[in-house]
Ligand binder design. Sequence first.
Ligand SMILES: Nc1nc2c(ncn2[C@@H]2O[C@H](COP(=O)(O)OP(=O)(O)OP(=O)(O)O)[C@@H](O)[C@H]2O)c(=O)[nH]1
Ligand SMILES: *[C@@H]1O[C@H](CO)[C@@H](O)[C@H](O)[C@H]1NC(C)=O
Ligand SMILES: *[C@@H]1O[C@H](CO)[C@@H](O)[C@H](O)[C@H]1NC(C)=O
Ligand SMILES: [Mg+2]
Length: 407
Amino acid sequence: MAGQQRYLRYIVFALIAIILLFFISSSSSVPSAQWPTYKGDQSQTAADPSTNKPAAPQTGAEKESTATTPNTGNQLPPATAGGERMNATFVTLARDSDIWEIAESIRHIEDRFNRKFNYDWVFLNDGDFGEEFIKVTTALVSGKTKYGKIPKEHWSFPDFIDQDRAAKVREEMKEKKIIYGDSVSYRHMCRYESGFFFRHPLMLDYEWYWRVEPSVKLFCDIEYDTFKFMAENKKKYSFTLSLYEYVETIPTLWDAVKNFTSVYPQHVVEGNSMKWISEDDGKTYNHCHFWSNFEIGNLNWLRSDAYIDYFTSLDYAGGFFYERWGDAPVHSIAAALMLKKEEIHFFNDIAYYHVPFTHCPTGEEYRLSHKCSCNPKDNFDWNGYSCTARFFEVNGMEKPAGYEKEQ
Ligand SMILES: Nc1nc2c(ncn2[C@@H]2O[C@H](COP(=O)(O)OP(=O)(O)OP(=O)(O)O)[C@@H](O)[C@H]2O)c(=O)[nH]1
Ligand SMILES: *[C@@H]1O[C@H](CO)[C@@H](O)[C@H](O)[C@H]1NC(C)=O
Ligand SMILES: *[C@@H]1O[C@H](CO)[C@@H](O)[C@H](O)[C@H]1NC(C)=O
Ligand SMILES: [Mg+2]
């Protein structure tokens, strides 16, 4: 009897132990049992799908692979928008070292817009892009990617520039702590964006562009083709943010513009936006400009005789080097004088951030239906330093309901 009882006790004890072990192992298996198997699986981040093989056979490896998200290859979902595509491309001027900042921008543009349209992307650089830059950006963009080197003559001092005078200005601006005031490369960049990017051989294949800079963000879904919108509504230039330029960087820009218009009066269009950039009918510039780190525009307009004459005459005036003229006021003044005012579009629905300003669409209904993630309190549009209210006024546009609350 005693032997049998002891025997039974053993069986009960063993059963309890087995049940307990089962519970312990099943509830803790996700973190503890699987970590080691990730060791052999580091190729997951590799761009080449052929290297993305399952982990080497290990005990339980098969079971664990179903517990992770299956990797179905590195293809983005196919375009979901039907219909024709426009003759358009994204364009980014960047250095090789901008790789992760531009990767972030691309991801935003793709998620909110381009995965539905698959437009191409042109990358331009005065230097060379490395293998990693090309690999990463190619993987992120849903359309074709193209990489162009900027010809030396588009990224250097023209021979009519007095080097000593230019160097002295940089020294003075450095002392005055003017942002990028002592930078040579920033000046080449501004001049390139003002007068050359649209003439790069890779850009000649396109009629429309959308400019993208490193570390920008989009906050709302864009469900229609913005390039098609531009074409169908006869738009040539567009913006999301506008503001006043830092006066010290452009003291004689307006004089140079007036010199240009006196030599080429035929390039100034009737029904333009002069009222937006001048409070006294063109005598002085009020420093309003569209923020050109975002632009959707027409390349053929930039390649027109009117624009080329404009850029060439500003370039001869020397202010890209003797001052620090930005491409934003240069583009903006051109758009304001050489386009009809209906040809400039404010993209209220493109919610956009480039340090330090945000454009967040006014109106809660719109923000909710377009899955916007921006804080309406960050919207810069109705701030006193923005020129967007003035744009609405000179164009006789009604400001969106609720704008007063954002002032
Ligand atoms: N290849 C190349 N690209 C440049 C150079 N300097 C600026 N860029 C690019 O030109 C654009 C404007 O330069 P940013 O440095 O962003 O100038 P910014 O927007 O006025 O100033 P941030 O507040 O710094 O963004 C960006 O797309 C840069 O990647 C350069 O020396 N070489
Ligand atoms: C796209 O536009 C450019 C510039 O206008 C033009 O040269 C090119 O032929 C166009 N391509 C197509 C496919 O229409
Ligand atoms: C405008 O033209 C006048 C007369 O040719 C010249 O003296 C002046 O330097 C020019 N201004 C600029 C900013 O180019
Ligand atoms: Mg920038």
